[in-house]
Design a protein around this ligand. Sequence first.
Ligand SMILES: O=C(O)c1ccccc1N[C@@H]1O[C@H](COP(=O)(O)O)[C@@H](O)[C@H]1O
Length: 214
Amino acid sequence: MSDIKVKICGLSTEETMEAALDAGADMVGLMFFPKSPRHVSLSDACKLADMARDRAEIVAVTVDMDLDGLSRIKELVAPDTFQFHGSEAPEACAAAKVMHGTGVMKAVSVAAKEDLEKALYYSVVADRILFDAKPPKGSDLPGGNGVSYDWSLLKDLDLKKPFMLSGGLNADNVAEAIRVSGVKEVDVSSGVERDKGVKDSNLIRAFMAAVKAA
Ligand SMILES: O=C(O)c1ccccc1N[C@@H]1O[C@H](COP(=O)(O)O)[C@@H](O)[C@H]1O
């Protein structure tokens, strides 16, 4: 059994949330970016978060959201962690931790080695860094694009903070991604979907099984 931590992101139905929890996901992501096909309303997010509470870490994914928006999510959904997936400054990450008392995970987009440097600034204030692929030109989404980068860039990275790998992972490539990068944590969204934004319970189970076997 591997000790790799798994986040299943962009869950939007009770069936697929239950599949992720039952399969042993460590973290579950709820999407609050309106342009995303995985976006959930606040009321749906509350129901899904209640299912996950005390079973997995609840992560609210936001993109350059204002303070009022973050406060509403905190009050109504009570996530354990905010994932900041936009151009939020390190100061905004630090402020969110103090204001909301949640964990903060900051996404850093990667295409080449020099992109990793940005993580050093964020690692001082965030609890975890998420190394996601740089979005393709013309994409409306800063994440969830199903594209990968050179996983070996993360090999031997010494960040003094936990970090996750995401971007284009699926049940067929996640074991190789773990082997090549040496990471202890992975995050997936579109790789467990049958159509854009439509999670599939069988694909979630297959992903979890592939990680456990890695
Ligand atoms: O998934 C989205 O729609 C999304 C929108 C805005 C910001 C982040 C988003 N997703 C994050 O990107 C990673 C990688 O996605 P994928 O596996 O390549 O589809 C995902 O796990 C989310 O954390």
